[in-house]
Ligand binder design. Sequence first.
Ligand code: UTP
Length: 459
Amino acid sequence: MVLREDLEQLLTSAGQNHLLEAWDSLNISQKQSLADQISTLDFPGLSQLHADAQKPAEHRLGDEDISPMPFSLAADDSRREYWLATGESVLTQGQAAAFLVAGGQGSRLGYEGPKGAYRVGLPSGKSIFQIQAERLLRLEQLYGKPVPWCIMTSPRNHAETVAHFEENSFFGLSSEKIKFFPQAMIPALDVEGKILREAPDRIALVPDGNGGCFKALSRSGALNWLAEQGVRLVFLYGVDNILVKVCDPFFLGALACSAEFKSASKVVAKRSAQEKVGIFAFKGRKPSVIEYSDLPESLREQRTEDQGLAFDGGNIAVHLFRIEALRQLEHQPLPWHAAFKKVNYWTPTHSYGDPETANAWKFEQFLFDSFPILGTMYPFGVTREEEFAPVKNASGEDSPVSARRMLGELHRRWLQRAGIAVESDTLYEISPLLSYAGEGLDQALFGRELGKGIRTFRE
Ligand code: UTP
């Protein structure tokens, strides 16, 4: 049986003695559970994180030189045919895998379940997960090999995520080719650095950020699983972009043909200097992503000779890593980023509930902090209209409506390019099972599939 005295000294020296408040009201198994959670905590580490969070924002960027990272559109590159053929061969040989980070809480969208289970409102009624699954199925049809798919969840949405796939028979994919695993969690701290509880016997834990993906991939055994299957390139991406070309052969080929780079990232031109997106830049001569809020206004507005934005390359969370790079990162610590946010909490005098204002420090690691560690990254320019329709907010910019419209317009352009007469004020949804990126469309197929695999809608 755990005794209060066993914990008292440790907690007092760590300044976290409040965790014993209400101890006497807990039953034996609750006491054991709380003691087990306490035993896993890194008190000096948490105290350091709290101290770092107090530093003013301008110190976050450090004093290293920041310079622009030029990029050009991959579609205009003279090597494009070679890249595509190489990427197709990577898929034919089963050497590519997809890795989705889906452990986020999706608070801006306000949807209760895992964001990937959200149905964006397309006429097919498909969820984000289904759209991605069907793109992978299409690659399997085209290249003859299933693509292994790793899906990182968080302990908060793991069961629901797996259930969504099970209820939908894995959308036609082989369940043996999908590995789900949760990311790690980290305690939330109050304004004074005290560890919060969400119940008398439970520490308030939050997901450790999408940068937790490297250790989660390793600890879950998924990295070994990929290596055993002969995977060389891993396509790592965020959940909410409904245009994401999962395991895009063209992208795979570009990295496969560029031995000098350990990873590659898709880059889009920013809409404006004020667009709230992280930008690719060199920091201390190393490839990096700088968050919108960390980039000083003067650099945000800096112009090139032809009046373009000097810091123009937006991060759309679509990356590709060599498996050796993931090996390098599996035990590599990444920096922590602090944000003061709302976290539900419990104290003996305040029962559990939604705080009205921000009350806690949350700490996250970001996967883009791996780029300076790896030291080389290929910026692969793409056009927003073809590749980036995020579902971040419930309405307005980057919402389900704007994402649907972008998909509908892109698919209309695919049909136009295939010489099919379309209505210019109508939006189209083409099933990924018919076309991954506009290939394979013709009048006969259109006639057959209209109302089935090809649907129309308006916004
Ligand atoms: P976002 O930064 O958009 O965060 O995540 P979010 O939690 O999904 O949404 P908001 O900010 O609460 O509205 C970018 C990607 O990183 C994943 C998300 O699931 C998304 O794919 N992510 C984020 C994780 O996998 N784990 C995390 O701890 C945080």
